[in-house]
Design a binder for this molecule. Sequence first.
Ligand SMILES: Cc1cc2nc3c(=O)[nH]c(=O)nc-3n(C[C@H](O)[C@H](O)[C@H](O)COP(=O)(O)O)c2cc1C
Length: 393
Amino acid sequence: MFGNTFGRLFRITTCGESYAGGFRKDLPIPEQLYGGLLAIIDGVPAGIKLTADMVQHELDKRKPGQTPLDSPRLEKDKVFIFSGVMEDQMTTGAPVGVVIPNNDIQDIHIEQYGSYKDEMRPGHAEYGFFKKYGEYADWVGAGRASGRETASRVAGGAVAKAILDKKGIDVIAYTIESNGIKAKGPVSYKTAKENYRKNAINCPDLDAAVKMEEDIMHIKEIGDTAAGVVELIIKNVPSGLGEPVFDKISAMLAHGLCSIGAIKGIEFGSGFAHASMLGSESNDEAYVDKESGRVRFKTNHSGGILGGISNGEEIRIKCVVKATPTISTPQETVNVTEMKDIILEPITRRDPSLLPRIYPVIEAMARCVILDLLYMAEGYWKVEGIDKKWLDI
Ligand SMILES: Cc1cc2nc3c(=O)[nH]c(=O)nc-3n(C[C@H](O)[C@H](O)[C@H](O)COP(=O)(O)O)c2cc1C
């Protein structure tokens, strides 16, 4: 398996599966480490305050079992930092290592997965896994394709946050649509901040949130699952991040965000609406802002990115999140060892909607990308040099 490291200069490497180690009882793994996810975060400067509580704060946004909208799993996702930080809670410049064990490994759930291990769940990752790893594919809780894998990314993103916070760069994601029910928009950064996590679906339109939650509870009762849209704002990004050709900031963000399971599409700024806009409508007109003396843009259809480089406006992205693939209603699929058509009705635990749990993962990946590009831009300016007047426009 390749591709378990993300980033160039600020890099996260993750490993661990949904239930890793937990069912291998004959191996001498201490029980406290069952199901351990690991993240190694490289490129952390020395002298940054980093505590397990800071990482835990981000992980707690993502952990299941917090509201009726979540999967009934009771994974505490308690994080332990095992390297890169001294007793004074300051980073040393060495890679930061974290482990997140799974405290909720129960034989009954492993047996449930075992009962359909050769049967592909429609919409889930199993077909590709059988094609690549054959009979060795991890069949418990979807292995690396599990939503649980994203806990390691959230830990990496929490480390990036500790660094970005010092620069005043803020990242926030929230639900704007669930199963066709839309929040009143556009949502301003101020409203997003004020109403952040005020409800289980994390929708800043509090009235729409009530409707969304009722709707998801109904969908859950009938054994089905729902989809939606999460919006992401990255605030106070300096202009000049991103490289003009392959490493455009949009391309790097797309890589990070589309690497999250269940994200099926993203839009930058006005996104697909550009298709019906004239140039005179979609161009963001520039002006010299009297207050800051800097170039600003009257509108932000571009979502803060021009030519693959940040322009100093808010970066705005919408992420389409598909419905959770595991559903209780029977669907047609295939048993791959017997090569025969079957009807599958999975009984394992799942989230009726991924919206309440995916937004911290979106925030984490965005933070990793922005920090990586910040290092690249700052490094370039240090080596290549540029007349300061251009940094101030
Ligand atoms: C935070 C998170 C939690 C998830 N929880 C579940 C789940 O409980 N059940 C499920 O079937 N899929 C879940 N998924 C989605 C699957 O991981 C994903 O749909 C699957 O890997 C197939 O990938 P694709 O949808 O990108 O094609 C979750 C994804 C994320 C990001």
